[in-house]
Ligand binder design. Structure first.
Ligand code: THU
Length: 163
């Protein structure tokens, strides 16, 4: 038996103003688009903004549905929009922000497992990590690679294990 271990590291900031200007701009775009969420069931409005390698910012918000699983998260909405409108252009950074009726969440909100899996596939697709910015109003986290949020992830290698 061998004991194995994975460590996750991230940067933590107390204020958005500590970030570099392109990251401030991206997180501001995520905050803004969270207002466009359609979240009548949870009241949890999420915005995602993606900076592509060509500098374009693509945005998305969550869209809920009375049939709950038919809803889609902000991150996957934005990634799908980017994939359809800018095929072959690599996502470099994703900023995520959430708000309720009380305003922006003070703490950063993390992408759900489903979105982490989709982010991981994009990283594989373009052969490079995607920087993740999780922005609360009183704390901001930066994770250098989305894959860090999904250790031991399912990938195409697992498909090859079929006997
Ligand atoms: N949601 C997102 O859009 N992104 C996340 O990272 C977490 C959750 C949405 C899904 C649902 O519409 C609402 O937030 C509550 O879970």
């Amino acid at each position: 038996m061998e004991f194995k271990n994975i460590t996750v590291s991230w940067k933590e900031y107390c204020n958005i103003s500590e970030l570099e200007q392109p990251d401030i701009d991206l997180l501001s775009a995520a905050r803004e688009v969270s207002k466009a969420a359609y979240a009548p069931y949870s009241g949890f409005m999420v915005g995602a903004a993606i900076r592509l390698e060509n500098g374009v910012i693509v945005i998305g918000a969550n869209v809920e549905n009375a049939a709950f699983p038919s809803g889609i998260c902000a991150e996957r909405n934005a990634l799908s929009t980017a994939s359809a409108n800018y095929p072959g252009i690599r996502p470099v950074t994703i900023a995520i922000s959430a708000r309720t009726s009380k305003g922006l969440t003070p703490e950063p909100v993390s992408p759900c497992g489903n979105c982490r899996q989709v982010i991981a596939e994009e990283e594989f697709r373009y052969g490079k990590g995607i920087k993740i910015i999780l922005g609360g109003s009183s704390r901001v986290r930066i994770i250098e690679n989305g894959g860090d949020l999904l250790p031991l992830q399912f990938s195409r290698d697992d498909l090859k294990t079929i006997p």
